[in-house]
Design a binder for this molecule. Structure first.
Ligand code: ADP
Length: 297
């Protein structure tokens, strides 16, 4: 089943794990864990330890370095379980990120996830952005620090994706109305968010529950931003259930304008999906822009 993985030269990865953990490690078994949308995933084990390894082309090492730093940043909030990032490296044409392996077979506890996410969002920075640029899916995500949330959203989130869409051939009404939206963005932000630590890509595929039932979040696109952006994304592909939102809002109610900011924040992810996957996302993005422009009147 894991023939391809068996051909990989494990020595550089073994040496990096040994340096990071202070204990020798020799791959005795490697099995493909399929993979997410972007990377290949492999479980590597010796007699006593297992690690979850993400693999991609060597040129993508900076993507894995930023992911590892993002996992560290989330863990520093001490609020919700995050896999430990063990080491990153590149060899043999592959870049890799070695993580703690966390079997996720536990029962879902949406209430606990809501409570812990609210706690994580209490960790704040002095400005919007982060110390590293990273990726959302495989798309670059710029994180230059900015004082104003509206400006950050305009330049480094929506404007960035719209420009990418133009380069991908999505011009016309999407661009002209997109520009209108960017010009009047401030009218849609009815509150003054503080820069909260965000997972950044928190859809249902990036949360699980460990064997003890504790929530685990992974595959982040970390930055400091409006906490409602994380919450909006949880609703984009199906929602996390009533108990999750009740627990989250018990810990700190949302602003009244959340219904509008939800569309605004999720437009970023739909534009990213358009840029990654094309097709039907163009119509969805256009519909969201229309609704937002109608709010401005
Ligand atoms: P991608 O970046 O390719 O989307 P993910 O990080 O989302 O990959 O991981 C793909 C899948 O692997 C996840 O849906 C999850 O089930 C599982 N997974 C991710 N990280 C771990 C981990 N540290 N331990 C165990 N399973 C994991």
């Amino acid at each position: 089943p894991a023939e391809n993985e068996a051909l990989m030269e494990w020595q550089p990865l073994e040496a990096a794990v040994e340096t990071a953990t202070g204990q020798p490690f020799r791959v005795r078994d490697s099995r493909s864990m399929g993979g997410g949308c972007i990377n290949r995933a492999i479980l590597v084990s010796d007699v006593s330890r297992s690690f979850f390894v993400k693999l991609n082309a060597a040129s993508l090492l900076p993507m894995f370095e930023a992911e590892a730093a993002g996992l560290d940043e989330l863990r520093s909030a001490d609020a919700i379980r995050v896999p430990d990032a063990v080491c990153t490296g590149a060899s043999d044409g592959n870049a890799w990120l070695v993580m703690e392996y966390i079997p996720m077979r536990g029962p879902a506890d949406a209430r606990l996830a809501g409570e812990q996410l609210a706690l994580m969002h209490r960790k704040q920075a002095d400005a919007f952005g982060w110390r590293l640029d990273n990726t959302i899916g495989s798309t670059p995500q710029p994180n230059d620090w900015m004082e104003e949330w509206g400006a950050f959203l305009r330049e480094q989130r929506l404007g960035f994706q719209l420009e990418l869409a133009a380069r991908n051939g999505y011009g016309g009404r999407l661009q002209s109305e997109g520009e209108k939206l960017l010009a009047s963005l401030d009218q849609l932000i009815d509150h003054a968010p503080v820069p909260s630590l965000l997972h950044g890509d928190l859809w249902g595929g990036n949360i699980g529950y460990d064997d003890g039932g504790n929530p685990v979040i992974f595959d982040p696109a970390v930055y400091y931003g409006d906490r409602e952006a994380d919450l909006a994304m949880t609703e984009l592909f199906g929602g996390f259930g009533r108990a999750f939102y009740d627990a989250y809002t018990d810990a700190g109610p949302l602003d009244r304008g959340y219904a509008v900011s939800k569309t605004l924040y999720n437009l970023y992810h739909i534009l990213n999906h358009l840029n990654l996957f094309g097709g039907g996302y163009a119509g969805q993005a256009q519909g969201m822009i229309d609704r937002l422009l109608a709010e401005i009147g």
